[in-house]
Design a protein around this ligand. Structure first.
Ligand code: FES
Length: 147
């Protein structure tokens, strides 16, 4: 028998929170772009991080996928806002699935959201490390030049 979608899925599908894009070249932005090989659905989740505290001040997403994937990304953006980057790494897809009462066949849709959060944090950290390495180089060069 067909299982009716939980009202939370319908709500997040009809009124998705935080749909949009940040500039991926902004150094305070982390972008997670992930795909589900099984169905070909794609999710992009972005976070904006406060450099000083490591807290996520804003989040947005764009999902090309099924209703459960859209609902999962919508929930994910709500959950990461205001949290520390370290904290959101422990968000499990099973928690999202439980919150939305997703049926087992839709578990992979919530997995996209977990993966996208992790990928976004990783992207932000990689960017930051690169930037810091670049700054260190510049400082060194300046010292050499000044000597
Ligand atoms: Fe693939 Fe939902 S069916 S993400």
């Amino acid at each position: 028998a067909a299982r009716a979608y939980h009202e939370r899925v319908v709500d997040h599908y009809d009124n998705p929170r935080n749909v949009g894009s940040f500039d991926k070249n902004d150094p305070t932005v982390g972008t997670g772009l992930v795909g589900a090989p099984a169905c070909g659905d794609v999710m992009k989740l972005q976070i904006k991080v406060d450099d000083a505290t490591g807290k996520i001040v804003d989040a947005c997403f764009k999902t090309f996928g099924c209703g459960s994937a859209i609902a999962s990304s919508s929930v994910a953006t709500e959950w990461v806002k205001g949290k520390h980057m370290e904290e959101v790494l422990s968000i499990k897809n099973t928690e999202i699935a439980k919150h939305l009462s997703l049926p087992p066949v839709k578990l992979h849709c919530s997995m996209l959201a977990e993966d996208a959060i992790k990928a976004a944090v990783k992207d932000y950290e990689a960017k930051k490390a690169k930037l810091e390495a670049g700054n260190a180089e510049t400082t060194q060069t300046e010292k050499v030049d000044g000597a």
